[in-house]
Design a protein. Structure first.
Length: 457
């Protein structure tokens, strides 16, 4: 019994020390408007100044009395003197956003959907962990933070999770191109012999991408605490410490949980490059923007809107985004994987056009068309440039038949040839590995779209 009490006291001391450590927060991002708005919705008026009054009171009293007694009479003479004073000291303290955040966190701590479980021990045995998972997924367990059904992620609720903070690839590509543009601008002689046409076009499209982001930074952060398990056709967020207690036979197949959202670049308290490009771990207090988990997420919110109005420009933006990070890393090998579908599209276009014109192509003709395709495939990167490449093939086929080729027919066949090769009419890939504007979830990913309130450690 005595040993148990000692262990209990030790656990309480360790828990108290850990709680003090968790309360010591250093912010790298904090949205003051969101913090104030959320707390005001709970408490109403919020004071912006606090006054502490220290009162010191002193009192002195002096009494004197003289008494005399005679047979006939008794006399008493006395004096009394009293002095008192009071001293007040007032200290006025202004409320800071950090103090407001602390108060908000204390108010919402018990109702967070996802919260830190550092001071809570998972089930101690494998059987207990299995029973907790089974009861939670069967709907018979009380709400807990070890196993969270995706239905509990409702729009507007708060969560506090540990993540590996990283910018979305869209922002990373934009930052890389902007940096290279500055380097090339400052070192014109160093890059004098380089082909600047493609790079200048990427810089131009990157400027459009910057305007679409409008000072916002899209985040794509892997959640450290939780993984997503599909059990009985439903997604559950299961804490990794609980998963570690399960045997391989009982452990469900899981996918990575990705926290996504946009933050304002102006609200970062530290250099944005130190925070978003170092893959450091931070805690994020966030508010769910949608119910449940998502299978895809649009990093640039204005992209789809602009694509409806000016689809040609969005084709160019997608060329910039499609696999750009991989292209930077893979170099010429990656470039070849982009060129080959374009050559195939030009060759298919020649076959279609010859069939409509009634021209029978020989093996030599097909080799010539493929040669033209190889020489002009690098032009198939935009709507205007791709027309030049396909026109070269159309001119060759028309010369074989001795007839004028209809421009409308050429346009229709050009679109059909591109789509058969998985390309949009401008030449960019429809089925590339990743799209940086609308990123589909990978087979092992699920998106949790949020509004970020604070990033801290």
């Amino acid at each position: 019994m005595i040993g148990w009490l000692k262990r209990r006291r030790k656990q309480r001391r360790e828990a108290a020390a850990l709680q003090r450590e968790m309360d010591l927060r250093e912010f790298v991002y904090l949205d003051e408007v969101s913090v104030t708005s959320l707390l005001s919705s709970r408490l109403g008026k919020l004071p912006n100044e606090f006054t502490d009054t220290l009162t010191k009171a002193s009192k002195e009293q002096f009494n004197s009395r003289v008494e005399g007694t005679w047979t006939a009479f008794k006399a008493r003479v006395g004096t009394q003197s009293e002095t008192s004073w009071t001293e007040d000291t007032k200290v006025v303290s202004k409320a800071t956003v950090q103090a407001t955040f602390k108060r908000l966190y204390q108010e919402e701590k018990s109702s967070l959907v996802l919260r830190p479980l550092l001071m809570e021990a998972p089930p101690k045995t494998e059987g207990a962990a299995r029973r907790l998972l089974e009861s939670a997924t069967a709907g018979s367990a009380d709400d807990n933070a070890w196993v969270v059904p995706s239905q509990r992620l409702r729009r507007g609720r708060l969560a506090d999770v540990e993540v590996e903070v990283q910018a979305d690839p869209t922002f990373r590509v934009s930052a890389i191109i902007s940096t290279f543009a500055d380097i090339v601008k400052d070192g014109k002689q160093l890059f004098a012999n380089a082909d600047r046409s493609s790079f200048d076009k990427a810089v131009e499209i990157n400027g459009l991408l910057g305007k679409l982001m409008a000072g916002l930074v899209p985040l794509k952060c892997q959640v450290i605490d939780y993984e997503v398990a599909l059990i009985r056709g439903q997604d559950y967020l299961v804490h990794r410490r609980l998963l570690d207690e399960l045997s391989p036979a009982d452990r469900p197949q899981t996918r990575r949980l990705i926290l996504v959202g946009v933050v304002e670049a102006s609200l970062f308290w530290k250099d944005i490059r130190r925070v978003l490009f170092s893959k450091s771990r931070y805690r994020i207090l966030c508010r769910f923007g949608h119910d449940g988990l998502q299978s895809e997420w649009t990093a640039v919110k204005l992209a789809d809107v602009l694509g409806e109005v000016v689809p040609e420009i969005m084709d160019e933006v997608r060329v910039l985004g499609s696999g750009m990070l991989e292209a930077f890393a893979a170099g010429a090998t990656r470039q070849q994987s982009f060129i080959e579908p374009r050559v195939q599209a030009l060759r298919a276009f020649g076959d279609m056009l010859a069939n409509h014109a009634g021209v029978e192509l020989t093996d030599a003709d097909r080799q010539q068309i493929e040669q033209i395709g190889s020489e002009t495939a690098d032009l198939v990167v935009g709507v205007a440039e791709s027309r030049k490449a396909f026109s070269s093939v159309a001119t060759y086929v028309a010369a074989l038949g001795g007839a004028k080729v209809d421009a409308v027919l050429v346009a229709e066949l050009r679109v059909r040839a591109c789509r058969e090769q998985g390309l949009v009419p401008g030449g960019s890939a429809l089925t590339v590995e990743t799209s940086l504007l609308k990123a589909p979830a990978q087979a092992d990913e699920k998106f949790m779209e949020t509004e970020v309130v604070a990033i801290y450690w």
